[in-house]
Every structure is written in C-alpha cells, then in structure tokens.
Write a protein that binds this ligand. Sequence first.
Ligand code: SF4
Ligand code: SF4
Length: 153
Amino acid sequence: MPKIWRFFDKADLFECYQCARCTGSCPAVIVSDKAIGPREMLVRCLDLGHKGVVEDEGLWYCTTCHVCEDRCPQKIPIGDLMVALRNAAARRDNVPANVVRALEMITKTGRAAITHQVNAMRAEYGLDPLVEPDLEEIDQIVERAGFKDVIRF
Ligand code: SF4
Ligand code: SF4
C-alpha cells in the first residue's frame, strides 16, 4: 500500500457525491485561482491517483483550516487528505521554494516571518511583547517528525 493511504482512508474518496459545499467554503480557492479546491482534489485522486496531484503547486495553497470537512455532508476528512498529499509531495522533493524558506525560518527562529518591529507595534496598542519561542522544543518536534530527512535547506 502506498504510504499516503496510511494517513487517509482511500475508501472515503468514494463517499463524495460532488455537491461542492467544501469548495464553496474554501478560503484558498477564494483568494487564489492557483489553489486546487477540495472537491477537485478528490476527483483528481479518483481519476489519476495521488501521483496525479503531488506535482501540482496548487496543493500547497491549502491552509489546513479544515472548514471543508466541517461543511461536508459526508464528513470526509479532506484536510487530512491534503496533509497526506503534501507529505507525499515532500518525499518527492516537490515543495515550493517559498514554503521551504518559511520552514527554514520556523526551524531556526521559531517564527514563519520576520518580527523585528512587531513588539514596538504591540506596545503602541498596550499589548505585551510576543512570547519568545522555545527553540529546543521546536528542534525536538522537527527531529521527531523526521522533517530534516525530507526537507533540505
Ligand atoms: S483545509 Fe484546505 S482545502 Fe479544506 S477548506 Fe481549508 S484551505 Fe480549503
Ligand atoms: S462537500 Fe463532501 S460530498 Fe460535497 S463535494 Fe465536497 S467532499 Fe464531496
């Protein structure tokens, strides 16, 4: 069995009856015409198998918000399918450069973006400074997830 179907039950693909409620609520589809919507992702997996989608950059526009499965009358865990497909894409070295850069930032600084001026802005609104990330804990998570075996900076 391909590794991907250990994370998502392939039988769930056949429960979809193409109502498109999931795609109608997907924020990735709303903001980008490059995103592959959840309904289309399911259809492509049925038509082409996961190999037919893991090379498409549109896979990486999903925010894993899981709204699609909240809206799905069949309760198909589409967010899990997206994660499983991205794991498969990463094992094939198919990770967009901007995603690799963000992952590198997280592993090295604990944050996905530069935050130099954030604390000054927070102070203007009377907010406490950001809590410093625990880099040791992040390192342990990265290690346990086997992250560095798959993503190369
Ligand atoms: S989990 Fe991904 S596919 Fe589902 S609604 Fe959110 S962004 Fe769209
Ligand atoms: S909401 Fe569920 S049943 Fe409807 S198209 Fe999306 S996955 Fe299929």
